[in-house]
Design a protein around this ligand. Structure first.
Ligand code: KG4
Ligand code: ZN
Length: 345
């Protein structure tokens, strides 16, 4: 067992918003004592994407074991835990409900507070884990399978949305294009791998600008352009170089993400910029952001890939800051699939 200091705050966190059943123990907001992730990807691959009903059932099967492993891995017992943090939205409602019901039961049985956490806030807070000196204010680009948000992190728990996608999320675009060129699910890592053999300048895919929203994104036109390109080649019986399609598509996404991010950094005069979410594990995006920040004397932060994709450690970090700021929930906490984050400009 691990010794717990008198003033320590240990949070047991649970995440089940999509296809990962995850639990973690986080000490004092930034120290990850354990981080257990049970992924269902192999199962959903068979269907080319996440099947919500299957996801919920698998969460129910796994959650007990995952929480037990998280406690064991941390050298902790339930008596060491000060609060239970859980993702309550956004996400798949049936999947979220499993985590929320489990967390409520635990917090009731143990007689300790319950903290409902916003999934995107968790992604942003993943940056605090390996960068102990990072404090708000800073800007964060959140790019995942369900979300593309440019966020002004004004303080702990204080978020202003500067821009968001009007249609597909960045990760969703990766997944759809991957399917179109026969790479399977999840598409992001596969497109990244194949891109290494292709040229990013081979095909001039569009970089969309969105009318009336300087920092908003749109990826559905880009996805259509890729599909049209493939159809065009097939009609003309021309061979398709999948690596060139992957590399050119990836470059088009990254150009827009980095462009918007740097415009916002300039307007808001920030000296710190971070990225978060599953797509933030893309090495080409990380490198492009790092270089763009370096040129402008901005410190760039990114979580390790394991803290970019869905995990519970990030929920424990966000939950800690809510907890010490007195933001806890009652037994009426429900799963909210369309939960909003912060204010929008
Ligand atoms: O954050 P996440 O695990 O789940 C959501 O909250 O959505 O993100 C999953 C998304 C998927 O769309 C996946 O294709 C994408 O992140 N992704 C990537 C990479 N790794 C995961 N996209 C691009 N490059 C990657 N290396
Ligand atoms: Zn996520």
């Amino acid at each position: 067992m691990r010794m717990k200091n008198k003033d320590d705050i240990w949070i047991l966190a649970i995440e089940s918003s999509c296809d990962e059943t995850a639990a973690a123990v986080v000490r004092n907001g930034r120290d990850v004592l354990s981080n257990v992730i049970s992924s269902q990807i192999e199962l959903h691959k068979l269907y080319g994407g996440v099947v919500p009903e299957i996801a919920s059932r698998k969460h129910i099967e796994k959650i007990n074991q995952v929480v037990e492993e998280a406690l064991q891995g941390a050298g902790a017992s339930f008596d060491d835990i000060d609060a239970i943090a859980v993702t309550y939205g956004p996400g798949l409602v049936g999947a979220l409900l499993v985590g929320v019901a489990f967390a409520k039961a635990l917090s009731f049985a143990l007689g300790i507070p319950l903290v409902g956490v916003h999934h995107i806030e968790g992604h942003i807070c993943a940056n605090y884990i390996e960068n102990k000196e990072l404090e708000p204010p800073f800007l964060c680009l959140v790019v995942s399978g369900g979300h593309t948000h440019l966020v002004n992190v004004k303080g702990y728990g204080q978020y202003e949305i500067l821009g968001r996608t009007r249609d597909d999320a960045a990760g969703e675009a990766f997944d759809k294009v991957a399917r179109a060129i026969g790479l399977g699910y999840p598409g992001g890592p596969k497109i990244e791998e194949l891109s290494k053999q292709g040229s990013p300048d081979a095909i001039p895919f569009p970089r969309a600008k969105v009318a009336g929203g300087q920092y908003d994104f749109s990826f559905s036109g880009l996805k259509s352009a890729v599909l049209n390109y493939i159809n065009g080649c097939q009609m003309k019986k021309e061979p398709i170089c999948r690596a060139d399609v992957a590399a050119s598509f990836q470059k088009a996404v990254i150009d827009v993400l980095v462009g918007h991010a740097m415009d916002a950094a300039q307007e808001f005069g920030v000296d710190k910029f971070s990225i978060a979410g599953g797509v933030a594990s893309n090495a080409t995006l990380r490198e492009a952001m790092r270089q763009a920040c370096e040129q402008r004397n901005i410190r760039f932060y990114n979580p390790s890939p394991i803290f970019c994709t869905d995990n519970a450690a990030m929920i424990g970090v966000a939950g800690y800051y809510d907890f010490i700021n007195g933001k806890t929930h009652g037994w009426d906490l429900n799963a909210v699939p369309g939960l909003k984050l912060g204010e929008s400009i």
